[in-house]
Design a protein around this ligand. Structure first.
Ligand code: HEM
Length: 443
C-alpha cells in the first residue's frame, strides 16, 4: 500500500529526482505547499516572493542545527557562517562583506580574467579542452592571487580539483561525497597553516587581503576566531568562487544553443553582459533549495509549519515560476536589461539582504567573473566537437555531461579584439527543461 505523501521520508526520492523533486511535490499539492519528511524530520516546502520573505525572517526560520552534517563536511565546513544566527551571524557575515567590497570584487574578476587570458594564449589551435576544467583552473589561480593566498603553480591544478570536488559532492551519498570530504580535509589543513603562519608572523601577508582579514577577524565578543574556523571561512571565499565554473560552463552552453547572443556580449556591452550573467544564474540549475528550522509553531497561508520542522525554500522553482517570469523556460538575457532586481525576485544565491540575512555575499563576485568570462567566450573563436551536452536535472549540481569540450581555432591572442564566432556544430541537445527523466515537470 502506498503511504500518503507527508508521512513518508522522501530523502532517497529527493536525491533521485534532483531539481524536480520539490517543485514536483509542490505541484501535486492543492496549495503549492509541500508537506513531507526529509532526513527523518518533518519538512514543509515553500516557494515565491512572499515565501522567501517568510523564510528569511529570523523570527520564523533559523539555521543553527539545520545544516546536515554531510553538507558541513563537504560544502560549508564546521562552524561556518551558514550555521549561525542572530548577532553571531551578523558579526561573521560582516567579515565576508568587508573583504568583498566593490573594489575587491573588481580585483577578483580582473585577476581571473587576466589568468584566463594568459592561459588562453598558451592554448594550441585544435587542442581539445574541457571548458569546465579550464574555468576552474583560471578562477582558482585568479581568486587566490586576488585574496592574498600564496599558490605555487605546481599545486594550482590540485587545488582547483579539490575546490570543485567539495561542491560536486555535497548532494550525493556516493564516491563524489567521499572525494569531497577528503578534499575538504586537505584544504582546511592548508588554510589553517596559512592562518597560523600569518598570526605568528611566519608569512608576510598583503594588508587587508582576505587572508589578512580572516587571520585578524574577531567574533562578537572580541575573541580571535579559532584557527580552524578562520580556515573554514577563508575556504568559504575561494571554494564558492571556483564554483562559478559551473555558471561559466552553462554560459558556454547557452552561447552554443542560442548564438544570437554572442554579438552583444562580444561587443563588450556591460549592461548586456551583466543581464546575460543573471539569466544564466536564473535559467540553469545550481542550488535546488535551501533549508532552516521553524523557530516556533507557525502558519504559512493557513498551512501549519510546526516548531522544529525543516522549512525548505524552493530556489529552482522560484526562478522558473511563471507567476514571476514571463516564459520562464526561454533563455532571454534581455529580461534583465534596464531593470532593477528586487531583493526577493531572483534567488539562485538566496534572497533578502546579504548583510542581515543568509543571502550569498558572493553574488557580485559571481556575476562579475561570469560576465567577464562569458564576454571572453563570445569573442573567442572555437569549434564545438560532437559530445554529450545533456544536462541531467537528477544530478546536483547539474552541468553539461561533457563539461563542454571546445577546440580553439587559429592563433590565440590576448582578449582585445571583439570577434564574433559561431559554433561549427549545430546544437543537438534540447534546452534544459525542468524535468528529470521520469520526474514530473514543476510548475
Ligand atoms: C556558483 C556561484 C555561487 C552560488 C550558486 C552560490 C549560492 C549560494 C547559496 C544558495 C547560498 C545560501 C543562501 C542562504 O542560505 O540563504 C550561499 C551562501 C553563501 N555564499 Fe554563495 N554562491 C556562489 C558564489 C559565492 C561566492 C563567489 C562567494 C564568496 C566569494 C560565496 C560565499 C557564500 C557564503 C559565505 C555564504 C553563506 C552566507 C550566510 O550564511 O550568511 N558564494 N551561496
Amino acid at each position: 500500500m502506498r503511504m500518503p505523501r507527508g508521512l513518508v521520508d522522501e530523502s532517497a526520492l529527493a536525491l533521485l529526482e534532483g531539481y524536480a523533486w520539490l517543485p514536483g511535490l509542490r505541484a501535486r499539492s492543492d496549495t503549492g505547499v509541500a508537506h513531507t519528511r526529509l532526513l527523518g524530520q518533518r519538512a514543509v516546502g515553500l516557494c515565491g516572493v512572499d515565501a522567501a520573505r517568510f523564510f528569511y525572517d529570523e523570527d520564523h526560520v533559523q539555521r543553527r542545527s539545520a545544516i546536515p552534517i554531510p553538507l558541513q563536511k563537504t560544502l560549508f565546513g564546521r562552524g561556518a557562517v551558514h550555521t549561525l544566527d542572530g548577532r553571531d551571524h551578523r558579526d561573521r557575515k560582516a567579515f565576508f562583506l568587508s573583504v568583498l567590497t566593490t573594489g575587491a570584487v573588481e580585483g577578483i574578476a580582473e585577476s581571473v580574467g587576466e589568468t584566463w587570458d594568459r592561459r588562453a594564449a598558451g592554448w594550441r589551435p585544435d587542442q581539445e579542452l574541457v571548458l569546465f576544467d579550464e574555468a576552474a583552473r583560471a578562477i582558482t589561480r585568479g581568486v587566490c592571487r586576488a585574496v592574498g593566498i600564496p599558490l605555487a603553480e605546481a599545486e594550482a591544478d590540485d587545488v582547483a580539483r579539490d575546490l570543485i570536488a567539495m561542491v560536486d559532492g555535497f548532494a550525493t551519498p556516493g564516491p563524489r561525497h567521499w572525494r569531497a570530504r577528503r578534499a575538504r580535509s586537505r584544504r582546511e589543513a592548508w588554510m589553517s597553516d596559512l592562518i597560523s603562519a600569518v598570526r605568528n608572523g611566519r608569512l608576510e601577508v598583503t594588508p587587508d587581503s582576505a587572508l589578512d582579514a580572516a587571520a585578524r577577524h574577531r567574533d562578537a565578543d572580541g575573541r580571535e576566531l579559532a584557527t580552524e574556523v578562520a580556515a573554514v571561512e577563508l575556504l568559504n571565499i575561494i571554494r564558492p568562487t571556483a564554483a562559478v565554473s559551473w555558471f561559466v560552463t552553462h554560459a558556454a552552453h547557452a552561447l552554443h544553443r542560442w548564438p544570437q547572443h554572442r554579438e552583444r556580449l562580444a561587443a563588450g556591452e556591460e549592461e548586456f553582459a551583466e543581464s546575460f550573467a543573471h539569466e544564466v544564474r536564473r535559467f540553469y540549475p545550481f542550488a535546488p533549495f535551501i533549508g532552516g528550522l521553524a523557530v516556533r509553531d507557525l502558519t504559512w497561508r493557513g498551512e501549519p509549519v510546526p516548531q522544529g520542522a525543516m522549512v525548505l525554500l524552493d530556489l529552482w522553482g522560484h526562478d522558473h515560476d511563471p507567476e514571476l517570469w514571463d516564459e520562464p523556460y526561454a533563455f532571454r538575457p534581455d529580461r534583465f536589461v534596464g531593470r532593477d532586481i528586487g531583493p526577493f525576485e531572483l534567488v539562485p544565491q538566496g534572497a533578502g539582504d546579504p548583510a542581515t540575512g543568509h543571502r550569498c555575499p558572493g553574488e557580485p563576485t559571481a556575476v562579475a567573473i561570469l560576465a567577464g568570462l562569458a564576454g571572453r567566450l563570445a569573442r573567442m573563436d572555437y569549434e564545438v566537437p560532437e559530445q554529450d551536452l545533456t544536462i541531467s536535472l537528477r544530478r546536483i549540481p547539474a552541468r553539461p555531461k561533457s563539461g563542454f569540450v571546445f577546440r580553439p581555432r587559429g592563433r590565440r591572442e590576448p582578449d582585445v579584439t571583439a570577434r564574433t564566432s559561431r559554433p561549427a556544430t549545430a546544437p543537438a541537445e534540447p534546452a534544459p527543461r525542468p524535468r528529470s527523466e521520469s520526474s514530473p515537470a514543476p510548475r
